[in-house]
Design a protein around this ligand. Structure first.
Ligand SMILES: Nc1nc2c(ncn2[C@@H]2O[C@H](COP(=O)(O)OP(=O)(O)OP(=O)(O)O)[C@@H](O)[C@H]2O)c(=O)[nH]1
Ligand SMILES: [Mg+2]
Length: 396
């Protein structure tokens, strides 16, 4: 319990410092309502055949031939903007846009045609040399006050081609490609352009993590949260960042649960009860479970991609939450939490934020929910980490 990080202390101090508890709880309710309806639209553009559709599929954790995936291929396939949302998060959409660079390509007309206002940002994909159409499009996007990330795709193929040379040096090749793209963008006046080298066939290689991290940092808080929750749990770095993002909401949920009168639950070996909104915990734990891709459907997809049998992936799952997440399970978790540990935590919280004493169901209830959510988040994140390690065939 001593090593429990108290994330959110400053935010609670601020929220209870300038308003009373009911208003703070109302504000949190409003915050979650807003978070649930945030939309994120990502426009994926680039020359025909550069790998736009392949990128869209991989970013949704799908193979190219799975149901609901974007069509990919060696002949031109995408002619109108087509949106692909995340099945569990319909508000987060990737837009597979038509190819650029046709002989009479005009960046301004293209952006109008694809209704550029709709997108939060663009990803420009180039699979070969930096070309004029990339420069024109990048400059036009900046002119329209939109953001873009420049992706040089098919790096696996570029490396394989260069490897045939006697003088091959992987780092040098990557550096040359990067410099070529940066110089091209700087030439049309883009300041410090962000360029990412990736292979859509394996996101764990090259700059994919860096691309995802940059997008996340540059998005406003609400949008960042939905991206982090929706994104398939494809790399160990994403797993860690998902955990950090989900952790940020725990104090809000604990305050929300303790700020309303709810079901009294007796604590183990103690003559006290806490009062908790069990429904809040159930839905949050389900959110963790899905965000980490621990549901049978996501595990099956990971198994398909990695070639590891799904039973081997399931064998490393330790959290009891894998069987089911419902009210009974949550009540069992709550009643089973050690009173002494939770009481100590409640005192720590009260020492830091005396205002918590005025909670309807007391600081003990707050501390219990905070403790349980953190514990479950850590357990599920660890399970997801082990699943990924198994898929990558590394020792857990
Ligand atoms: N080696 C390699 N091939 C890739 C990669 N990404 C895509 N491809 C291949 O490139 C070809 C074209 O990919 P698509 O995703 O269909 O390209 P697109 O940009 O959507 O093409 P259009 O819809 O016609 O504009 C396919 O055969 C893909 O398998 C990659 O990262 N590495
Ligand atoms: Mg396509």
């Amino acid at each position: 319990m001593e090593d429990l990080e108290l994330i959110g202390v400053e935010e609670i101090k601020v929220s209870l410092g300038f308003e009373d508890l009911p208003s703070a709880v109302d504000r949190i309710k409003h915050y979650f309502e807003q978070q649930n309806c945030v939309e994120l639209n990502i426009g994926v553009t680039g020359e025909s055949g550069s790998g736009k559709s392949t990128f869209v599929n991989a970013f949704r954790g799908l193979g190219d031939e799975e149901e609901g995936s974007a069509e990919t291929g060696v002949v031109e396939t995408t002619k109108v903007p087509t949106s692909y949302s995340y099945p569990k998060y319909p508000n987060v959409k990737l837009w597979d846009l038509p190819g650029i660079g046709t002989p009479n390509f005009k960046a301004d007309e293209y952006l109008k045609d694809v209704e550029f206002e709709r997108y939060d940002f663009f990803i420009i994909i180039a699979s070969d040399r930096f070309r004029e159409c990339h420069a024109n499009l990048a400059a036009e996007i900046v002119k329209q006050n939109k953001k873009f990330y420049f992706v040089r795709s098919k790096i696996d193929a570029s490396i394989a081609a260069e490897q045939r040379k006697k003088t091959f040096n992987k780092e040098q090749t990557l550096d040359d490609i990067r410099k070529d793209c940066i110089a091209g963008l700087e030439n049309v006046g883009v300041n410090s352009p962000a360029v990412f080298l990736i292979s859509c066939f394996d996101f764990a290689l090259y700059d994919f993590n860096c691309l995802e991290e940059t997008m996340e940092k540059e998005l406003p808080q609400h949008k960042r949260h939905v991206l982090m929750v929706a994104l398939p749990n494809i790399t160990l770095e994403i797993n860690e960042r998902k955990k950090k993002e989900l952790q940020k909401n725990i104090w809000r949920l604990a305050l929300l649960s303790a700020g309303v009168a709810a079901i009294p639950i007796p604590l183990l070996n103690a003559a006290v009860s806490i009062s908790v909104d069990v429904g809040i915990l159930v839905s949050e734990l389900k959110k963790y479970y899905n965000a980490f891709g621990l549901d049978p459907d996501s595990l099956q997809k990971l198994s398909d991609r990695s070639g590891k049998p799904v039973d081997e992936l399931k064998a490393v799952l330790k959290s009891p939450l894998h069987k089911e997440i419902n009210k009974d399970v949550v009540i069992k978790l709550l009643t089973g939490s050690s009173f002494f540990a939770v009481e100590a935590a409640a005192e720590t919280w009260l020492g830091l934020i005396p205002g918590l004493g005025s909670l309807v169901s007391g600081s003990l209830s707050f501390a219990t929910v905070y403790f349980i959510l953190n514990q479950c988040l850590n357990e599920l994140a660890q399970d997801a980490h082990n699943v990924l390690m198994t898929a990558l065939q590394t020792e857990v």
